[in-house]
Design a binder for this molecule. Sequence first.
Ligand SMILES: NC(=O)c1ccc[n+]([C@@H]2O[C@H](COP(=O)([O-])OP(=O)(O)OC[C@H]3O[C@@H](n4cnc5c(N)ncnc54)[C@H](OP(=O)(O)O)[C@@H]3O)[C@@H](O)[C@H]2O)c1
Length: 310
Amino acid sequence: MSGWTRRRLLVTLGSAATAGLVAPALAAPRDAWFGVGRGELTGQVALVTGSTDGLGRQVALELAALGARVLVHGRNRERGEAVVREIRDLGSEASFYAADFAAIAEVRALAEAIRGDQDRLDLLINNAGIWRREGDETRHLSADGHELMFAVNYLAGFLLTHELRGLLAASAPSRVINVASRAQAPLDFDDPMLEREFSPGRAYAQSKLAQILFTLDIAEAFAADGITVNSLHPATLMDTTMVRLAGMAPRATVEEGVEAVMQLAVSPDYGAGGGLYLEGLEEARAHPQAYDEHARAALRRLSETLVAGD
Ligand SMILES: NC(=O)c1ccc[n+]([C@@H]2O[C@H](COP(=O)([O-])OP(=O)(O)OC[C@H]3O[C@@H](n4cnc5c(N)ncnc54)[C@H](OP(=O)(O)O)[C@@H]3O)[C@@H](O)[C@H]2O)c1
């Protein structure tokens, strides 16, 4: 049996439950992931950004089922509180944090609130993201005047990860996962905000490659603090709100993406080292710009300037 077929058999059935824009509960969380069973994450704290919906929501439920206290994040309080209730029904603890990643000040406030409320952070999953809406070719800006997909998909995670580094280091061994994509376009550092040449596809793809450059850029220094940083493409066109709003036909279940994220989150095979990019469950090669240290340094400088300018 091929690895792919085996993985398909392993995923939980039930993606029909994701129909509609507010996805109802998916399949019941699994009893174990990659040898880590229920209760084994008790005492650990996980922040999953963008866990009011889609991939992040189901990952939050799976982590909670293994015993983690989950910090649920998004903009929509009603959906966030519903996820918190679902987690409590599983017998785990959760809290909801609202923050709009289209505003740097809100990302900073989120980090400050978490540092104030939590005495540890074992896992940070930078998952919150946006894609194009069907028929919308407009270049949207964040509250800080940055191209919106760059701001929400990449820059917010850049800032949040640095702001929470101390808490992650104090909880080492800890992990950071950047949920990127196979859609990748190189950044043009002469026009990083795509003022001259914009398309929604390019904006999304450069924001996703930026997450991978960021992963490779910080992996070694974070590993020295006991923090393992990896990135991945979860699955292609999962059945989520993002894909439906783009007018695309889903080609994968949310559960496929969940399995890929859970591997990086809990598997003992990915608890040290870091600096990897995976597609699904397999290590893969990202766009060549990810391996260009000058590009990574340019992105680092740009990001530091942008987050300092709020
Ligand atoms: N779907 C796919 O096939 C696919 C493929 C490759 C990679 N990915 C990546 O996987 C991640 C999750 O995607 P998904 O398909 O699960 O999307 P989704 O169902 O649309 O969920 C996106 C999540 O991000 C949050 N979010 C959106 N805008 C935000 C903002 N401005 N500030 C804070 N939170 C915000 C949403 O919460 P609120 O609405 O409550 O703010 C929601 O919880 C994304 O990073 C995406 O790029 C997805």
